[in-house]
Design a protein around this ligand. Structure first.
Ligand code: 16G
Ligand code: MG
Length: 546
């Protein structure tokens, strides 16, 4: 590396303290922790992003966010040129760079990375970055700028954006896909939305949205403005003007606690949605005969997959359509998709990157985690087919129309990553076509009662799972214990997995009634405790907004 760059880099790096005793791990959400611990990490992620940009000869993204975590946290993650999460093979490298204990070690790690990946250090680099609305974001963005400047890289500081907007901008820049600016993001999606709404619709789509007091509020207001109130009537709650980010609100809170967020008074007949703090997750809910009813990521996946299936049938297209879920998907949703809809379902480990990867195996891959992360991916083959049929004069009007609807869906749906704004609009489109409200949507299948718990164990890394986290292979005997418990519960199902974001083991259970699945979850949690050591402490997931 050029000695003057190296000098600037080490001088910059030396300005920031390494928090003593903290080992950072680049996990599914990048690096995430209390914001004051992040200065040095962010500086070093700048170095990593530049190296990744030189390695891929393309623009790399960096997002500063801690999603649904409390406001005093922050995080940083790297976005690939394709708009996807950073490749798994670079995760250990990110971890190594972040934890380098001295400048010598840092230089060694960088040199090793350059030679291992045959990086041409003279290759120009470009990094686009953005932050959410956290108070620490501005400071961390300034550190990132210093690092990129020290590396003599060009960059765009895109200011405050949602996570999916940053992914989208990186994707569109590298694929030379319009748009080249954030305004284009809004107009592309808004135009597709308006064109997709059925002409027979008498009024606008109406929805009230809890924005978790986060970045989604401004973005949604902007999107609604671009769409216009003749097509979308959105009421934004928890817009950050008074409440605290993610506190008693947002998609994570609503999903875990199965209740309406603060700041929202449930009214009969109305439709509600909750975004998370960086607007890459969305869940819906409504008042159903006096009770709170959640429409989660599984329900979104089923709704969207069934709509796409209808359009494919109408357009008479033989493309493969599949849904990707995780073990957290409610058993009823899997039965509904496979049994009733005859749509193939794949199950993968938790984390967007796994779902995204698997979804690419289908011509059209719908993926959603139950917690509301998800999107629909259209292969090149599918997009070509949509265009071919929509402009083929020999095809019937009905076929052509279905094909153009599918074309527009590829514009509406963020192809880089799950996007709460685009998913929200997608759900509105499908409900409008089906002439459904939440009640009809909810009735497609009934969720099995389920419970999530977390168990504190001395060392969660001792737990190993297989078969998309549905089978625990270590510690020995735990899976047998779970199997013995599960068979005694009607409709029983349970699995355990080590969390990727917290120092706990997670327990999931389903059974025919809420009381029985709560009991199953507790018994499985006890089995975890028994098999994983003595220092334990278990809580239901809802006790803490993790
Ligand atoms: C991260 C993942 C999310 C997953 C969650 C599980 C991304 C962008 N985010 O937030 O998909 O559901 O981790 O957390 O991949 P856990 O491992 O603590 O249960
Ligand atoms: Mg998020």
């Amino acid at each position: 590396m050029d000695p003057s760059i190296l000098k600037a880099l080490l001088e910059g790096d030396a300005k920031y303290m390494s928090p003593t005793g903290t080992k950072f791990l680049y996990g599914t959400a990048g690096f995430r922790c209390k914001a004051p611990l992040l200065d040095k990490i962010v500086f070093r992620v700048g170095i990593l992003a530049v190296l990744r940009s030189k390695c891929t000869k393309a623009t790399i993204g960096v997002m500063l966010t801690a999603s649904h975590n409390p406001v005093e946290d922050n995080g940083v993650k790297v976005v690939e040129p394709s708009g996807e999460m950073m490749v798994a093979s670079w995760e250990p490298r990110a971890t190594a760079i972040a934890n380098a204990a001295s400048s010598d070690e840092l230089v060694d790690i960088i040199s090793q990375l350059i030679s291992e990946s045959s990086i041409d250090i003279k290759q120009p680099s470009h990094v686009m970055f953005a932050r959410d609305t956290r108070p620490s974001g501005d400071h961390l963005a300034a550190i990132l700028e210093q690092s990129l400047t020290a590396m003599q890289s060009s960059f765009d500081n895109l200011g405050v954006l949602t996570t999916p907007q940053l992914h989208y901008m990186v994707w569109s820049r590298n694929t030379h896909h319009p748009p080249s600016d954030i305004q284009g993001y809004y107009t592309t999606i808004a135009t597709a939305f308006k064109e997709l709404l059925p002409q027979s619709m008498s009024g606008p789509a109406v929805v009230t949205v809890d924005c978790a007091n986060g970045v989604g509020a401004g973005a949604l207001q902007k999107m609604a403005e671009v769409i216009g109130n003749n097509c979308l009537n959105v009421t934004v709650c928890n817009d950050g003007s008074s409440g605290i980010l993610n506190e008693k609100c947002g998609a994570d809170y609503v999903k875990l606690n199965q209740c309406a967020p603060d700041g929202v008074d449930l009214e009969t007949g109305k439709r509600y949605a909750s975004l998370d703090g960086d607007a890459d997750r969305v869940v819906f809910f409504f008042e159903d005969n006096g009770s709170f009813r959640l429409l989660d990521g599984d329900k979104i996946a089923s709704l969207v997959a069934s709509f796409i299936q209808e359009q494919l049938t109408q357009a008479d297209m033989k493309l493969t359509l599949g849904v990707v879920q995780t073990a957290y998907a409610n058993g009823s949703s899997t039965d509904y998709l496979c049994g009733k809809m005859k749509i193939p379902v794949a199950c993968v480990p938790t984390g967007v990157k796994h779902l995204h990867h698997k979804a690419k195996e289908f011509d059209i891959g719908v993926y959603f985690e139950a917690n509301g992360h998800g999107t629909v991916l259209f292969s090149e083959k599918a997009v070509k087919e949509f265009h071919r049929i929509s402009s083929d004069e020999s095809c019937s009007m009905e076929k052509k129309q279905a094909a153009s609807q599918l074309c527009r869906l590829t514009q509406l749906i963020n192809q880089a990553v799950g996007d709460a704004l685009s998913d929200l609009l997608l759900v509105e489109v499908v409900l409008a076509h089906k002439k459904w409200g939440c009640a009809e949507w909810s009735k497609t299948y009934t969720d099995l009662p389920n419970r999530q718990m977390k168990v504190k164990v001395p060392d969660r890394t001792l737990m190993k799972t297989t078969d998309a986290e549905r089978v625990c292979v270590s510690p020995a005997g735990l899976q047998e214990a779970i199997d013995t418990l599960v068979v005694t519960f009607a409709m029983g199902r349970s699995f355990v997995r080590p969390s990727g974001t917290e120092d706990v083991v997670r327990v999931y259970a389903e059974a025919d009634t809420q009381a029985r699945c709560d009991l199953l979850a507790c018994l499985v949690a006890d089995a975890v405790t028994e098999h994983m050591g003595d220092s334990v402490n278990k809580t239901t997931a809802a006790d803490e907004n993790h």
